[in-house]
Design a protein around this ligand. Structure first.
Ligand code: NAD
Length: 357
């Protein structure tokens, strides 16, 4: 049995609880140190996560000085992902950075370059790739069962879903609204399942008509409309080098019939959807609904387990660090999702299709 790794969690708000419990449940990691700029948050999480006060820091650079720490989770607002990740890699730590990996593709590239230079792992928190149904549909695509994939539709639509905590409505802290916050998950998942085609051009538009006005209520209560500077709704069409296209619809706010989160993959032999899973294949001239039913979530070793995708993410990151394996969601891949998102914003600003760089 290899030695347990020691980890630090930087940023101890909402998502940090998932990282803490995922590390603990992996049985192979010890949450050794915490960092948060808010003293009250730090004091509370020190107790909840059982980390002594002398290993709780207000400045992440102090945490990174602890030689015994192998890896860190970066769970801070988007604006700080790059700078904290660069410092962590420079300090020789492996990094699991929350999504989106950065504010821009340029920042994302710097993170990739730093990980390569430091010879350290850099995984991004796009954990939908761990879904059993996603793995199944990816298997169908990879085996050719759906034929050539030429179209995909991905949606992350909330009708009234602006987070009422944190800085999710502030463009300068987040880099965008629903597109970069929740769209990032569905775009990455869809792109991954499609077979990771190379995007070459994007046309998109973004709208803000409601979020910055008073008197609206949502699934998380009232949000701070006065500081709301991100988009309500974003849409786009991505062209890939192999001729395929992907349509995107994402929102924090939209006057639509229902919330929707998922993707559809269309090939010339069949199609498949995620959330919910459905599979269509043509047999004897008829398009058949062929959705399998008996799915069991499995752990990293393929054994049936009661484990969430977040727990799988943490366990797999720990496994990669502990046994020097490649990470399952590498930054070198997730930068394409960042480029697609950036392309939608650039296209919206330019009023025309833009090339992906
Ligand atoms: N993968 C997922 O399912 C998922 C879910 C929620 C959030 N996230 C991502 O996690 C990140 C944090 O989201 P959250 O909901 O936990 O936000 P949050 O606002 O609840 O928590 C962020 C914490 O970071 C702290 N912080 C801010 N700047 C810091 C700095 N420089 N150093 C140390 N601490 C700092 C804040 O004080 C706060 O406690 C975001 O990037 C978000 O997109 C991912």
């Amino acid at each position: 049995m290899s030695k347990k790794i020691k980890v630090g969690i930087i940023g101890n708000g909402g998502i940090s609880g998932v990282h803490n419990s995922g590390y603990v449940k992996s049985g192979q990691a010890e949450v050794w140190a915490l960092c948060d700029i808010k003293p009250d948050v730090l004091a509370a999480k020190s107790k909840v996560y059982n980390v002594p006060a002398e290993r709780c820091f207000a400045d992440h650079r102090a945490l990174l000085k602890l030689k015994e720490i192998d890896a860190v989770s970066v769970c801070t607002p988007n604006k700080t992902h790059m700078s904290i990740t660069l410092n962590a890699l420079k300090a020789g730590k492996h990094v699991l950075c929350e999504k989106p990996m950065a504010m821009t593709p340029g920042e994302a590239q710097k993170m990739i370059d730093a990980a390569k230079a430091a010879k350290r792992k850099l995984q991004i928190g796009l954990m939908h790739r761990y879904r059993t149904d996603a793995g199944y549909v990816k298997g169908l695509v990879d085996s050719g069962a759906l034929g050539k994939i030429y179209f995909a539709r991905c949606q992350a639509i909330r009708r009234r879903g602006v987070p009422s905590w944190g800085v999710f409505g502030r463009l300068e802290e987040q880099g965008g609204g629903g597109l970069i916050d929740i769209g990032v998950h569905q775009i990455d998942l869809c792109w991954y399942v499609m077979g990771k085609p190379i995007p070459v051009a994007v046309s998109g538009q973004v709208y803000r008509t409601i979020g910055n006005t008073p008197g609206h209520f949502g699934m998380f209560g009232e949000w701070d409309w006065k500081t709301y500077t991100v988009e309500d709704f974003a849409c786009g069409l991505v062209r890939f080098a192999n001729g395929a296209t992907m349509s995107i619809e994402c929102s924090f706010i939209a006057n639509l019939d229902q919330d929707r989160e998922g993707c559809h993959i269309v090939g010339d032999k069949g199609g498949a959807s995620l959330s919910p899973l459905s599979v269509q294949l043509e047999t004897n001239g008829h398009l058949m609904d062929c959705t399998p039913r008996d799915f069991v979530t499995v752990d990293l070793h393929g054994k049936p387990a009661d484990i969430s995708i977040h727990e799988l993410e943490l366990a797999s990151f720990v496994d990669a660090v502990q046994h020097d394996k490649p990470v399952f969601v590498p930054a070198t891949e997730t930068i394409w999702t960042q480029k697609i998102i950036d392309g939608i914003f650039r296209s919206a600003a330019a009023g025309k299709e833009v090339q992906i760089r």
